[in-house]
Ligand binder design. Structure first.
Ligand SMILES: Cc1ncc(COP(=O)(O)O)c(C=O)c1O
Length: 417
C-alpha cells in the first residue's frame, strides 16, 4: 500500500470531522507533521553547528506556519513588502530579503530594520539604490551578494550577479562605509532531485572566493546555499515522467539527509579549506521540503457526469495542478485501487482539470477527495478568480480550528472604488 494512502487512512475520521464542521473546499494543515519536519531539519545543525535555517515565506506564508517556524529557531526569508512586514510583525529574530525586483518602498523598510535584515543584493543597480538609501537614513546595511551560477534553464539568468563581476563590485564597496558585505548567496532551483548540484555549485563558489584578496575573504560571515530540496509523492507532468510511468509508482526523492550531508561535506571541503576564511555560517533557505507534505486539499464531488466528476474546488486555489500530478484519494471509500477519471474543477474555465486518477472506490456524488502534498506554492499561488479563495484549517492532535477564512464578497470587492 502506498504510504500516502496509509497516512490518509490514519487521518480519515478527523478530516471528515473537519469537513462536516467547516465545509469544502478546505486546505487542512496537519500540525504534527509540520513539527516533525521542523525538528528533523533542526537536527542537522549537529553536522555543522554554525548553521542557520531561514524559511522561505513565499512557499506558504500562513502566519500560523511562520510563527511555528520562528518558535523553533527557523528565521524568515522574504521576498516582498508584505512578507517583510509579516516577518517583522511576527518578530522573526533574523530576516533575509531576497528577490530581483526590490522596490524603493521595500528597501526603505528593510534598511529601517537593518539590525535584523540582511539584503541579498541581486544586481549592481540595486546595490546603488541601497547605498543611496543607507546614506539618507545613515544606517549600516548588511548585505550578501547573490551569485548567478549558470544552469541550463534560460529563466535563471534573471537572478544574481555573474561571478566575473564580483571583484569589481567588492572594490567599489571598499569606500562605502555603510555597506557591510557579509557573504554570498545562491539558489539553484526547486524540486532538486540530485544533491550533487550543491556540491558542484560550492566548487564554483570556491573559485570565486579564491579570486578575492585576504581582506575580502576575512569579511565573509555566511555562505547561503538557498533552498530547493525536492520531496516525495508528486511530480511534474513531463515527457520523462510519462516514459517512466510515474503516475503508477509515484516518484521518491532522495531523503533530506543526503542533501544535507552533501552540502555540509562539500562546504567543509571547498569553503572551509580556503585560506584566510573565518568559518562562515552556513545558511539554508528551505521552502517546499518543510511544508509540502503537511497540507491536504479536501474537496467534494458536486456532480458525476459520464466518466468524469466535477469537484467543488476551482483551479484558482490549486493552480500547480495544471503542471503537477498529486495523488488523490477518495476519502469516503479509501482503497489501494487506482481508477481513471477526469476530475474537473468547479471554475468556468476549460483548463480546470485537477487530475485524471484517484485511489479508492468509485466516486459518488458528495464523496470527499483528498489531494496530497499541497502545502507548497498552492495557497500562495492561488489567484482571485470567479470562485472564492479557500479556507484553511489546522489539525493539531484532536483539535481542529480555522486559521484562514474563505474569501467572502467584501474581501473580493472591498478594494473597488
Ligand atoms: C531565493 C530563494 N530561496 C529559497 C527558495 C525556496 O525554494 P524551495 O521551496 O524549492 O525550497 C526560493 C524559491 O523560489 C528562492 O527563490
Amino acid at each position: 500500500m502506498l504510504p500516502e494512502i496509509k497516512r490518509i487512512r490514519k487521518y480519515k475520521e478527523k478530516f471528515i470531522r473537519s469537513v462536516d464542521r467547516f465545509g469544502t473546499p478546505q486546505y487542512i494543515l496537519v500540525v504534527n507533521e509540520l513539527k516533525k519536519r521542523i525538528k528533523l531539519i533542526n537536527q542537522f545543525k549537529k553536522r555543522y553547528p554554525s548553521m542557520d535555517i531561514y524559511y522561505h515565506y513565499k512557499t506558504n506564508c500562513l502566519p500560523f506556519i511562520c510563527k511555528l517556524m520562528h518558535k523553533s529557531n527557523i528565521y524568515a526569508d522574504v521576498s516582498s513588502l508584505f512578507e517583510l512586514k509579516l516577518a517583522l510583525k511576527l518578530k522573526a529574530k533574523k530576516i533575509i530579503f531576497n528577490g530581483p525586483g526590490k522596490t524603493r518602498k521595500e528597501l526603505n523598510l528593510a534598511i529601517s530594520n537593518s539590525d535584523k535584515v540582511i539584503i541579498n543584493v541581486d544586481n549592481y543597480e540595486e546595490l546603488k539604490e541601497i547605498i543611496k538609501i543607507s546614506r539618507e537614513k545613515r544606517k549600516k546595511v548588511s548585505i550578501g551578494l547573490r551569485l548567478y551560477i549558470k544552469s541550463n534553464d534560460i529563466g535563471w539568468s534573471k537572478f544574481g550577479i555573474k561571478p566575473e563581476k564580483i571583484n569589481n563590485i567588492l572594490k567599489f564597496l571598499e569606500k562605502e562605509k555603510n555597506i557591510d558585505f557579509q557573504g554570498f548567496h545562491f539558489h539553484i532551483g526547486t524540486e532538486i532531485k540530485n544533491p550533487s548540484i550543491y556540491k558542484n555549485t560550492l566548487k564554483k563558489l570556491r573559485k570565486v572566493i579564491n579570486n578575492l584578496n585576504d581582506e575580502e575573504r576575512k569579511k565573509i560571515k555566511f555562505i547561503n546555499v538557498g533552498g530547493g530540496f525536492g520531496v516525495d509523492g508528486y511530480y511534474r507532468y513531463n515527457i520523462i515522467n510519462k516514459i517512466f510511468n510515474r503516475e503508477s509508482k509515484l516518484y521518491r526523492n532522495k531523503p533530506i539527509d543526503e542533501f544535507i550531508k552533501t552540502i555540509t561535506d562539500s562546504f567543509k571541503k571547498y569553503i572551509l579549506s580556503i585560506e584566510n576564511i573565518n568559518s562562515p555560517t552556513l545558511i539554508l533557505e528551505p521552502g517546499r521540503w518543510l511544508v509540502s507534505p503537511c497540507m491536504y486539499l479536501l474537496t467534494r464531488v458536486l456532480y458525476k457526469k459520464g466518466d468524469s466528476v466535477i469537484l467543488d474546488s476551482g483551479i484558482n486555489i490549486c493552480m500547480p495542478l495544471l503542471y503537477e500530478y498529486h495523488p488523490m484519494i477518495n476519502l469516503s471509500s479509501i482503497s489501494n485501487e487506482r481508477k481513471k477519471c477526469i476530475l474537473f474543477g468547479s471554475a468556468l474555465l476549460h483548463v480546470g482539470i485537477l487530475g485524471k486518477y484517484y485511489y479508492g472506490d468509485v466516486l459518488e456524488k458528495n464523496d470527499i477527495l483528498c489531494i496530497i502534498n499541497m502545502g507548497a506554492y498552492m495557497e500562495t499561488l492561488s489567484w482571485q478568480f470567479s470562485k472564492p479563495l479557500s479556507r484553511i484549517i489546522a489539525l493539531s492532535d484532536n483539535k481542529i480550528k480555522e486559521i484562514k477564512k474563505e474569501e467572502d464578497f467584501d474581501y473580493r470587492f472591498g478594494r473597488d472604488i
